[in-house]
Design a protein around this ligand. Structure first.
Ligand code: PXL
Length: 292
């Protein structure tokens, strides 16, 4: 009998921001802590993420092409493709080619369509990226837009008040019709309770809708969406069900926010992942998902 490595490998296509725990600096520690090998494919190199007042930005589109060509010629194989913040609209084509060339039928493709938050595009994000992202989600098994990104992908006007379950279910289904079997929408306000926030999800396989609701703390930390989707990716690769993955990701993100919230601190630095990474190896404590 041959003893072969059981470690699964995920390509993480995100920027490398050298300050603030976003993108690769969230995905790498989280996925590694969950027992997965991460192969980073950096999309851009920044001095810090774009919510700081100033940042440097090096677009790595050409280098990505060279890295992928090198991987192809050496026959490297991956079990999952996980994309986040892309450095230029042209990169979407590069990423689509990567997925089409490397993906095998059992592989997982997760697209976090990073575009903006609170009803606005991130600084420097071009409108053309929205167009391109609408194409990229067609190749995904799982997408994880926040509310802002959901409305951008659907080409609808942003709203965040008074969104009822039935209306959200239509939007989730509409996004799934474009390609991804699983659609997860984060940061949905709970009507009448500013202290709560929900995650909604739809799985076309089984035609079921899920909701996880957890406490909302009045602070904004960049990178929480990256942490959330990294846990979803790790959890699904470990073989968890969708509702369990939702619970694990919501709980981890909340733990990260809670462990950071009490400090005098510049929120731009993101959640203190270092304090909560080890929780990824303990069983889920409270299960809170609902079927809706
Ligand atoms: O967390 C999303 C994100 C990723 N990468 C960069 C960002 C942001 C959000 O601001 O600026 C560079």
């Amino acid at each position: 009998m041959l003893i072969q490595s059981q470690i699964k490998r995920v390509v993480a296509v995100h920027d490398l921001s050298c300050m603030g725990r976003v993108s690769l600096m969230a995905a790498v520690p989280i996925l590694s802590s969950m027992g997965l090998e991460v192969c980073p494919l950096p999309t851009a190199l920044l001095s810090c993420h774009t919510q700081y007042p100033e940042f440097t930005f090096l677009d790595l589109t050409d280098e990505m092409k060279r890295i992928i060509a090198n991987w192809k010629s050496q026959g490297f194989r991956f079990n999952a493709f996980y994309t986040g913040y892309l450095g230029s609209p042209e990169q979407v084509q590069v990423v689509e080619d990567l997925i089409r060339d490397f993906r095998r039928p059992t592989d997982l493709t997760v697209v976090d369509p990073v575009l903006g938050d609170n009803g606005k595009l991130y600084k420097g994000m071009k409108a053309e990226m929205v167009e391109q992202m609408r194409g990229l989600i067609r190749l995904a098994d799982v997408i994880t837009p926040n509310m802002t990104e959901m409305f951008l992908l659907l080409n609808r006007t942003y709203r965040h008040d008074n969104l009822q379950d039935e209306e959200l279910k239509i939007y989730l289904k509409e996004l799934s019709d474009k390609g991804p079997a699983i659609v997860i929408v984060t940061s949905v306000p709970v009507i009448g309770n500013p202290h709560l926030t929900s995650v909604y999800a739809y799985n076309r396989n089984g035609n079921r809708f899920w909701k996880v609701t957890c406490p909302f703390l009045p602070a904004h930390y960049p990178g929480t969406g990256d942490a959330f989707t990294s846990v979803i990716t790790g959890s699904l690769m470990q073989g968890d069900s969708l509702p369990l993955a939702l619970d694990r990701a919501a709980q981890f993100t909340l733990q990260g926010i809670r462990s950071t919230f009490g400090y005098e601190y510049n929120n731009m630095e993101g959640i203190m992942l270092e304090k909560v990474l080890s929780n990824l190896n303990t069983p889920i404590q409270v299960s809170s998902y609902e079927l809706i």
